[in-house]
Structure formats: C-alpha cells, structure tokens
Design a protein. Structure first.
Length: 327
C-alpha cells in the first residue's frame, strides 16, 4: 500500500474510519500519540491481515510496555493473554511495511534536502545522517549469557540507528546483544558496508568516538570541529528521547521487553516505523525521556575487534581534515 504521505490515502471504508475516530480507546492518558489520519493509516496496514477486533491493544502495549494497561486503564475487557496474542499477530504484519518508512535518502533531491538540513544545524557539509547506538532493555530470565549484559548491568539489545535532520529514523539494526560494541555493529551493518563501498558518494555519516575513523562516519578529534559535531549529534540524541517517550515498551521504565530476543528485535523496528509515521503526520512530540542510562557508547565490556579500531583509515583522516578546515 502506498504511503499516504506521498499520495492521498484511499477511502478505507466507514468501519475503519469510525474505529480510527474512537479516540477514547487509544491510550486515554496518551491520546495525542497519533492524529486520526495516523491511526487510520496504521489500521489500513493491519486490516487486510487481522480480522478480529484488537481494539488497538498492540498500540497500547507499544506505548506503555505493559499488557495490563489495556485492561485496568481503559476497561476494554481484553485479558492479558488476548493482548499478548494481539501483539504477536500485529507486530510481524507491521514489520512488513518497515522498509517503506525506514530508508536512507537515495534520490538526488532527497540527498540534497538532508545535506541542506544538517548544514543548517551546525555548518557541516555533506552530512547524510547521524549514527549512534542505544540500549533497549529486555527482561528475559532465560538469558544467562553475559554477552546480553552491558556495563550498566542489565540485559539489552544494542540497536544501531541512523537519523536525519528532521528526526526521522532512516536506518535501524536491532539484533545485537547489549555487550556488543558500536564499532562492531557498524562494521557488520548493511549501511556501514554500503558506505564502505562508496554507495553514498561524498556524503558522510557522523558518529561518535565509538566508531572507527573512516570517511564514513567522520569522528571528532579536533576541538574546533567538536562543537559543530556535537550540535549535529544532538539530533540522534533527541530522537532517542522522543522515540522512547512515545513507546515506553522500549524504555527502561517499563521494566524491559518481556519477549524472546527475536520478538524484542521485531518490536524495536516496528516502534521505529511508528515513530516515523508520527513525525510525518505531525503528531505532537512528547517530552523526551533521558536516554543517558541507555546510551550504548562505551557500555560494551568487550573491546572492539582490533581490525576495526586499531589503525585510522587514510580516507577517514583526509575527510576529517577537510571538514576541520572549514571551521
């Protein structure tokens, strides 16, 4: 189905519209997560595959992180088991649409807009995105392998995210245990490998000191460049705060995702997709939550692989110096 943010949404029928406008069912205490248009579009993605009325219990779960909220808070009459089944059914359906809503800029016009957007932030040219890692807490007693535990001593999925100047998530990798280093995730990610092959041309991705020095991403080393670099990187930090505020299931305050690691990874990607839909329809931004406790930088107890970090790449050093010379 085409995205309604590119073309006008089709008429989905009176039943879907009526359900979309029944706002009292959707998170009474967080009723502004989506406009009626946003709810209607999400319903349209699910409708062809889910015939039973879910009363949007999956959105309840994504936004609150608990199955019980739907029963106690809203009186929908759904049991915990019913909500759990709804989440299990709806998550993979929404996941099929993730690539439509989470994608790097590819056309000349898209790339130009992102370049201009980041240049307006701090004056750094040719930036196509900012990359960082964040820990998504999980709660699964069966996970006894230390690789799941980060430096903050809780089990997590370390998730790599690229964001643009508008706060959209343009790439996400959610599959690595919490003890994985950011540089390892980058080296093994599709976006990192595409950048390594030069598929982004002269565009650059900004990363922090946890990433290897390449022409992709550029890492800060000179003081006069650090300030602009830091201002640009606030984009990804703000996205983390808003994303986890909208969808408390991925914030530590929910107690962690109580699902298998595979299902946790699916939920993480789906909430990223829903975040992008919310941004595109102009949904009100919730106050960002503090993400410092869940920031993955320097959290991994295992050092990065030697072949990833040991020797600065000549092209990366040259790119860095070209940027520094502009300040």
């Amino acid at each position: 189905m085409a995205s309604p943010f590119i073309e006008n949404p089709v008429d989905l029928g009176a039943r879907i519209i009526r359900a979309a406008l029944q706002r009292e069912w959707l998170l009474r205490d967080r009723a502004d997560l989506f406009s009626a248009e946003g709810i209607r579009y999400i319903c349209s993605l699910i409708e062809p595959s889910v015939r039973n009325a879910t009363r949007r219990s999956s959105l309840h779960f994504f936004a609150t992180g608990t199955y019980l909220h739907s029963v106690v808070g809203d009186g929908t009459g759904l049991s915990k088991a019913s909500v759990s089944r709804s989440v299990a059914a709806v998550t993979p359906i929404l996941l099929r649409h993730a690539r439509t809503h989470i994608k790097m800029p590819t056309t000349r016009d898209e790339v130009r807009q992102v370049h201009q957007g980041f240049h307006a932030v701090a004056g750094i040219p040719r930036v196509i995105g900012v990359v960082d890692g964040t820990l998504i807490p999980i709660h699964n007693p069966s996970l006894v392998d230390p690789c799941w535990i980060g430096r903050k001593h809780y089990a997590a999925i370390n998730t790599q995210v690229v964001v643009d100047h508008n706060g959209l998530i343009t790439d996400i990798v959610a599959k690595w245990p919490g003890g994985t280093h950011d540089s390892f995730m980058w080296a093994n990610s599709a976006v990192g490998q595409k950048a390594g092959r030069g598929e982004f041309g002269r565009s650059i991705l900004l990363g922090d000191s946890g990433y290897p020095l390449r022409s992709y991403p550029a890492t800060p080393q000179e003081e006069r460049f650090n300030e602009a670099h830091t201002r640009s990187r606030t984009k990804v930090e703000r996205v983390f705060g808003i994303w986890k505020s909208r969808y408390r299931c991925i914030h530590r305050s929910s107690g962690g995702l109580r699902l298998s690691p595979l299902k946790c990874c699916r939920v993480i990607v789906v909430t990223a997709m829903l975040h992008n839909i919310a941004v595109r329809v102009g949904a009100d931004e919730p106050p960002p939550v503090d993400d410092k406790e869940e920031h993955s930088e320097d959290e991994a107890p295992n050092p990065a692989p030697r072949d990833v970090r040991a020797v600065p790449h000549q092209a990366g050093a040259q790119t860095r110096q070209e940027l520094i010379n502009l300040f």
